[in-house]
Design a protein around this ligand. Sequence first.
Ligand SMILES: [Mn+2]
Length: 389
Amino acid sequence: MFTILHCADLHLEASFASSRVPPAMGNWRRASLQAALGRILALAREHRADAVTIGGDLYEHEYALPDTAEFLREQFAALAPMRVFIAPGECDPYGDDSLYALTRWPENVVVMPPGPLSCYELAPGLCLWGAGYAPGVADVLAGWSSDRDGTQLLLMHAAWAAEPEADGPFRVDAAALQAAGFDLALLGHEHSARRGGSGTAPGSGTAPDGQEGGTRYVYPGSPEPLEARETAGEHLAVLVSVDQGACQTRALPVAQWRYLERRVDLSGSSTIEEAAALVRVELREAGAVDQGTICRVVLTGVRRFDLDMEALRGLVDTAACVQYDAEQALGFGVEQLAYEATLRGQLVRRMQGRLAGAASQNERALTLRALDLGLRALEGKQVRPYESG
Ligand SMILES: [Mn+2]
């Protein structure tokens, strides 16, 4: 039996700026990505894997430094004689100035070069095919089929072509993989785990020990969720065992972080303290109380009090990283202002016109926010930059 631990999309050195987390948390999250690699390699040892495969986006070329290469070199060298196969992806392309090209990798590490698929014989009758991505490289799978006997595996960073928004350098789908003769494709690119099979292979389905047969392709997902839109989905390493031509896979969860989103209607509350109590209950019910949770709280409803985000944050005591957003509606009081022959009335009338013509929810929310800020400014109230987001 030959055993592989497959992972992808670690995105070491990723920037979390778009997640709006404080800079210190960005550093913390980058450290936790390195820790996730450590957990994955520990799983490889624990399950006595013969090889580790990495389906691209191991690190982000834009942010990675020689330190990143040194970290990877040490981690991989410590695994020897276990072999490590890397198929570079979109964020870590195999260019001349890449860490892949500039680093002297330990002997147990193979970085798959761009170009036609290369074959690595893992064991007699077991072939691992793959190619790295580099800008300008053509679709290497088109019209390709294996000319080898035995079990054929593929390692590649590729988008799932059946997805309506499929983008990425390489694209695959179930039909193309089957036509090429692959028994199992170990893929990277999708950040939420996805796997599928022929559905008719003997032994398909999940056994009590979590082993799944009949799987033909597997995206393990990013080991940690990286963006707020990854609130759903699994983040895995996948254990693959190949025995006499039959491939079994087993999902091993590795994530320690998660994103959540909750909406809290503040219509019933008349003070900031009441609002804070509602938010606390919602966070507790969502289980968003630990420091591995990044929770976006969208505050909705017509409010009868000034929503001071900083005060609210101070009143909601939680270990989770909470990001507040306010979604506003025009209250009765504001509608009345439209009848005033004042600058304030003029502002409301103009914004009502814009609201009526808003093309999207986003534009409507922005207009309401602008109106709120305008009214506050006219009342001489302080406008804090984080509220104008
Ligand atoms: Mn990725």
